[in-house]
Structure formats: C-alpha cells, structure tokens
Design a protein around this ligand. Structure first.
Ligand code: ADP
Ligand code: MG
Length: 324
C-alpha cells in the first residue's frame, strides 16, 4: 500500500464543520465570528512517550487526548486537527487499530481530522489541534491572584504508578495495575470542564509533566506562590483511594511521588477566587468531573507543601523534564 492509498484508506473522511479537509495543499477552517482560534501541538515519540509494543488503539487515543487536554486547559472547544505521522512500515492491522482509537475520540469531541503528513521513519506522531474560544475568554496561566483556591480535576498519579509497575519498580496487584494502566494509556481530556470554567477560573493549565512542576509554571506566570496540602493530593491517586488501607502494599512516599510529580495525568489544575467555590463545584457537577481543592495561592513566591497537621514537608519532588 502506497502513501496516498494509506491516507485515503485510514485518514480521509467527509468533512463536517471544516470548509476543506484532507486532499488539497491546505485544509480550510472557518472560525465563527467573535471567536479566537486556540492552536496547540504535541509530539509522541516511541521509546520516549510510549513503549514500542503499546496497543495501537490506545496510542491513537492518547495521541489525540494529550492535544485535547491543551484545548481543555484554555477553555477552548475542539474544532479540528492535523496528524503528522512517521511510520517504519505499513502494517494494516496496526494502522486500522490506531485510526480506530484516534477517530473514536475525535468523534466523541466533534474534532475533525483535516490534514497531515505521512512519511517513512521511526514511529513518531505529531498532532496539531485547533479549537475556538470566545475572544478574550481563554483560560491562561497568568491570571491567578494571591488568596485564591487551587483546584485539580479527576485523579492524579495513577499513570505514573502504572509506569513504575510496568518498569518492574513497584509491585502492583493485577486489578490495580489494570486500572492504573488505563489512566496511563487512555487519559481523559477534561474538555467539557475547561469550557465550563470560563469566567469562573482565574488561571488554568493541564498536568502533563507532574502537578508541582506544572503548577509552578502557572504560579510564575501569575507572579504568586502557593501552599499545597499533601494529605489532600495523596488521596487523588485512584489506585490508593484509601492511603491507610494501601500502606502495607505501597510505600506512602511512592504515592506522594506519583501524585505530586508523576506526570501523564492530563488533569486540569486551576485557580479560582474563594467566592467562586460554588461555581467551581457546579462546573464539576455539570460536566461529571470530580474537582478537589488542594491548596491556596499566596503572595510570597515559591511552592510550600504541608501535611495533614499543617507542618511543612521538606522533601522536594521533581516533575518530568526531557532534558534534566
Ligand atoms: P503536500 O505534499 O502538499 O504536503 P501530501 O502529499 O503530504 O501533501 O498529503 C496529501 C494530502 O493528505 C494533504 O491534504 C495532507 O494534509 C493529507 N495528509 C497527509 N498525511 C495525512 C495524515 N496522516 N492524516 C491526515 N491527512 C493527511
Ligand atoms: Mg506533505
């Protein structure tokens, strides 16, 4: 199968909202009046972001999910995406499963595949996604003020726990590994929540490299500091819903490491004024997304961690950095 047959077979579908999709030199999108385009790219590289033998359907899902998560963090509504794909060889069952995982998530979010590029080479996927947001209403990193609540959506740390288990560094009973692996391989982008938080949250970003590292970007952009309650964050690991009951099974320190700095969570971390608590909870309920308060912003720069008794936690947690 040649390059053009491959594109026609797996990646070409009738357009819906786009003016022009796959097949010409450019795709054409027509954003609605009064809307701004939100654009983001994410690359997934074999050996770096996924194992060579990963389920191709899950890989298709994840490649788009991580991009949808960036739109969610800005409060944007997904419109369309392009797919740049390097493939070592044409394996139809692999392509079929990959396209299924990719396009199922795309359809669930009304996000059309409108173009891309296909070449032979080491497996590498780059998606560029386009969304729309009412002019001036995008959620950005720089809007937090001192004395606001810090919230996080969903669960934290499960993806990292699964990775530790798959690398043989943490024993995990099969049922827990199954659940945690689902979070690693099929993250849930919080697209509806992001849009519901427009006009409610003061700042937001998505957690891809680890809570503390990513929150640090938001704090620096906003010129504030924060205090985080680690007795709240540790509860957010679904695989350790009750830290007391899992104590014999896991090292609590590992659970802190996974929740505070694990990475691959694709949850939203956001700030909102204390007066907006009910509005944040309503946004969570309306979109079926759990939201948890994990701390407060403060005028003094830097990130402070406390335990359940309010005592300072002195251990430091490093988030993922490709070049560190
Ligand atoms: P060009 O050479 O003008 O860049 P290509 O020959 O690379 O165009 O691609 C032909 C058409 O197929 C273009 O519309 C391009 O956007 C689309 N396309 C190529 N690869 C993919 C892909 N993996 N997924 C979706 N569309 C693709
Ligand atoms: Mg090309």
């Amino acid at each position: 199968m040649g390059e053009f047959d491959l594109i026609a077979r797996y990646f070409t579908r009738p357009t819906r909202r786009a003016v022009l999709g796959v097949g010409d030199d450019c795709a054409l999108l027509a954003p609605a009046p009064g809307m701004q385009l939100a654009v983001s790219s994410d690359m997934l590289v074999e050996g770096r972001h996924f194992f060579a033998d990963v389920d191709p359907e899950a890989l298709g899902h994840k490649a788009l999910a991580v991009n949808l998560s960036d739109l969610a963090a800005c409060g944007a509504r997904p419109l369309a995406f392009t797919l740049a794909l390097a493939l070592p060889r044409v394996q139809e069952p692999w392509l079929e499963a990959f396209a299924r995982g990719l396009l199922r998530l795309a359809d669930a979010h009304g996000c059309e595949l409108v173009g891309g590029d296909t070449t032979q080479g080491p497996l590498n996927l780059c998606i560029t996604i386009f969304g729309e947001v009412p002019a001036g209403q995008a959620l950005l990193r720089g809007g937090a003020r001192a004395g606001e609540d810090i919230w996080v959506s969903g669960t934290l740390g499960d993806a990292r726990l699964a990775l530790e288990a798959l690398l043989g560094r943490a024993p995990l009973p099969p049922a827990l590994l199954q659940a945690a692996r689902q979070r690693l391989e099929r993250p849930t982008p919080r697209v509806a929540l992001g849009q519901a938080l427009r006009g409610v949250a003061s700042a937001a970003l998505d957690v891809s490299d680890g809570l503390l590292g990513d929150l640090g970007h938001l704090l620096r952009a906003s010129g504030v500091g924060a205090c985080i309650d680690t007795s709240e964050t540790i509860k957010l690991i679904a695989a350790g819903a009750d830290p007391e009951s899992v104590k014999p099974q896991f090292d609590l320190e590992l659970l802190h490491q996974c929740t505070l700095a694990g990475g691959d969570d694709y949850e939203l971390v956001f700030t909102a004024p204390v007066a907006a608590r009910a509005a944040v909870e309503a946004a969570g309920r309306a979109t079926g997304t759990p939201v948890t308060r994990i701390g407060r912003t403060e005028a003094a720069p830097g990130l402070r961690l406390i335990d359940a008794q309010g005592r300072a936690v002195t251990r430091s947690y490093a988030s993922f950095d490709h070049f560190a």
